[in-house]
Structures are given as C-alpha cells and as structure tokens.
Design a protein around this ligand. Structure first.
Ligand SMILES: Nc1ncnc2c1ncn2[C@@H]1O[C@H](COP(=O)(O)OP(=O)(O)O)[C@@H](O)[C@H]1O
Ligand code: SF4
Ligand SMILES: [Mg+2]
Length: 379
C-alpha cells in the first residue's frame, strides 16, 4: 500500500452501510446496544467571533460562525458534516476538539463536560480526541523527520509504548500503508497522499477514541482521495474509531458517513442517517445540495434536475431573520421570515429545521424550478 496508484473514488465505494434508523444501523455494525451513551454530546454550541473597532476595541458586532447546534456522536459511528464554505464546519471541529473555546452551549465527552476545561485539565483528553487537518503540506513540519513527527504525541504526553517509541512509530507507519524505512525521511520526499497518511499515523499514535477530520482529502488529487478515504474506513474498523468527518464534497461524505449533519450559516438544518438523507432529503437546502451532485448511474441521471439556488450565502455577521435559508429558498413564507424553525424530529433519526419540509414521498431530487440566479451549491 505504500505506492499510490490511480483509482476512481466511485470504484472504491464500499457496499452501503445499513439503511435503517441510526440507532439500528450503528448497533448492527458495532454490536452495541441501541441505548448506548453517546461518546460526544453537543448542546446549544455557539462560537461568535467579536468584531471590534477603534483603539478601545469596542465590540461592534460578531461573526456568528456557529450559532446553536445540537448533536450526538455514538461510539463506532462516522458523523459526516457537510455544507458550503464559510458555514462554520471548521469552527465546529475546533470547538468539539477544544482547540477553540465555545462562547455558549456545552460539549461533553464520555459524560464529562469539557466546554471550558483549562489547558492543563485538557491535556489528558488530548490523547482521546485527535484531529486530522486538510492541508497535508502545512501540517507537517518540513524540518522534522517522519519518525520525529509521528513520535511527537508520545513525547508531548510522556508516553513510552511497549518496545519503545521507534518500534511503535514504525508499526504505525506500516498501519497507514507506509514503510518502516520512511522513519528517517523528510516530508518533502512524499506525495500529498503519503503526507496525509503520515498525518493519520500521528493522529492515531495515542489510540484516540474520537478522530475529527476536517476536509481530510480535499487537498488531494482526486485519484488519491479514494485511497485515503478507504484507509480511514479500514482503520475505523480495525481500531474501533469514532469519526466526525467534515467535507464540502457530498460524494466523499456519502462514502464515509453513517449519519450526516447538513450545516447552513452556523446552524444544522438537517441531520439524518445517510440513506434516508440521500433518498429523501427533507430540507430544501439539502435537496438543492444533493441535486448538484453528479449521478454516476446514467439511468438515474435523467430523473434528477439540478436546483439552482439564487443569490449568495448571506453574511454570518448579519444573518437573515427567521430561517437563515429564506433568502434563497423557493418555498419561503411569512412564517419563515419571522420565526426561526427549530430542528425537530420528523421521524426516528431524521431531524429537520424547516417550516415547510419536503414530503417524504417526494424523495427524488427532481427538476424544481428555481429563480434566475446562479448555481452556488456544492462548495
Ligand atoms: N478566527 C476567526 N475570526 C473571525 N472570524 C472567523 C474566524 N474563524 C472563522 N471565522 C469566520 O467564521 C465563519 C465560519 O468559518 P469556518 O468555520 O472556517 O467555515 P467552513 O469550515 O464551513 O468553511 C466564516 O465566516 C469565517 O470567516
Ligand atoms: S423554513 Fe421556510 S425558508 Fe427556511 S427552508 Fe423551510 S421553507 Fe425554506
Ligand atoms: Mg473549513
């Protein structure tokens, strides 16, 4: 696995994960009971970045990057998080890994409230929660050898693995499809895909329970993306990992996720198990996003029309009143302008924040007439 060969993402797609409710799906695959406690519980999560003015740094406004989101992540599952650029995905990732501190709401990991833990109290938690970053070039120090990079977590946490750090690092390199002989080489000697494997080895060094990956394959060549996605899939099974995978690419999200959260302007607008979301998107925004994804099967291609969204994503500094999607929605009513739709459960495991959700039967993404505007979905 240490050489990278071209491979199409579609061809690498694995059989569909269970289509039932998330509870049943997860329980089937991980052997856990349906009543399992979540590994991560997020409630009312908020991160506003203040905008200040003048010498006195008077607060004149705030970027409402994440503005009140709720979700759980259960042991052994993959939660995919998708949405256009700027909707708050990375901020959310940094909050749940506590690389950033929320301005409101709470984050619980294994039942412990970690929302405002001090750096000292967070230290032991750093072993359990790890992050994989988008940029495999920027995230590896070019002056350090691969061995030095992957052994950093052991040094930081003062952990001495059985058999020594070097042996363990070489084992990790093999685990991610590299060669133990790469130990003394430098990042510039590796391709983007190999560097991302190094980043994955570093993230897995201390046997984390939760891995949050922020656009882990977006910077990679399409021909390499499937290999890295498949590697993450295999590692999840082998090591019993729980993932939160952030991406703007719906084909990647479809491949990796058990459940999917769709974000729009700092909010979760739809949260469902993968198969119900793709078969029956209930939020107009999800429907528009999915309509922009190319369908590989030519027989199905003709049945789907592309929904062109009008206008741009509004600014998170001054988001629209009521429903944040209302400036681009073709179903908007007075209620949407005055009242924010709460995220409610329409059926088991399928939550939607919309006053006028799509019908369940109206499930295929068919030609829905849009107004003039330009397409801006999918990014
Ligand atoms: N440190 C920061 N200071 C001010 N604004 C920020 C900061 N980080 C992110 N933002 C803003 O928050 C919003 C959400 O950003 P981000 O979480 O990076 O979105 P995504 O990952 O979905 O593209 C954007 O408008 C972005 O400009
Ligand atoms: S609440 Fe109204 S504006 Fe918002 S998505 Fe639903 S129908 Fe559209
Ligand atoms: Mg981002």
């Amino acid at each position: 696995m240490n050489t990278e060969k071209a491979e199409e993402p579609e061809k690498a797609e694995k059989p569909a994960k269970p289509a039932a409710t998330p509870e049943v799906g997860r329980a089937e695959r991980s052997g856990r009971a349906a009543q399992d406690e979540p590994l991560l519980r997020v409630r009312g999560l908020v991160r506003h970045f203040p905008i200040t003015k003048g010498l006195l740094k008077r607060k004149v406004g705030a970027v409402q990057a994440v503005d009140g989101i709720d979700f759980d992540v259960f042991p052994g599952e993959t939660l995919g998080v998708v949405g256009e650029s700027g909707c708050g995905k990375s901020t959310m990732g940094r909050l749940i890994t506590r690389l950033d501190e929320p301005t409101g709401g709470s984050v619980e990991f294994e039942g412990q409230d970690i929302t405002h833990l001090s750096p000292g109290r967070l230290r032991p938690l750093r072993r359990d929660i790890q992050m994989i970053f988008q940029d495999p070039y920027g995230s590896l120090n070019p002056r350090h050898t691969i061995g030095g990079i992957v052994s950093t977590p052991f040094r930081l946490q003062g952990v001495e693995p059985e058999g020594g750090v070097k042996k363990e690092v070489q084992r990790l390199l093999e685990l991610v499809g590299l060669s133990p002989e790469h130990y003394n080489r430098y990042p510039h000697e590796f391709s983007g895909g190999q560097r991302q494997r190094i980043g994955i080895a570093r993230a897995l060094a201390l046997k984390p329970k939760l891995v949050v990956a922020d656009e882990p394959v977006s910077a990679l060549d399409v021909s390499i993306q499937a290999q890295v996605v498949n590697l993450m899939d295999d590692l999840q099974e082998e090591l019993g990992l729980t993932y939160v995978i952030i991406a703007h690419d719906l084909s990647v999200i479809r491949h990796v996720s058990d459940r999917i959260a769709v974000m729009y302007l700092g909010k979760i607008v739809e949260l469902a198990d993968r198969d119900s979301l793709y078969a029956s998107p209930r939020h107009p925004y999800t429907k528009a996003l999915l309509s922009a994804v190319p369908v590989p099967d030519p027989k199905r291609r003709t049945q789907r029309g592309r929904i062109l969204l009008k206008g741009d994503v509004p600014s998170p500094i001054n988001p629209p009143s009521g429903c944040r999607f209302r400036t681009r929605c073709w179903k908007v009513t007075e209620e949407c302008i005055t009242t924010e739709p709460p995220l409610i459960q329409l059926r088991t495991g399928h939550q939607v924040a919309c006053h006028h959700p799509e019908d369940e039967s109206d499930n295929s993404v068919e030609a829905t007439e849009s107004s003039d505007g330009k397409a801006s979905t999918g990014q």
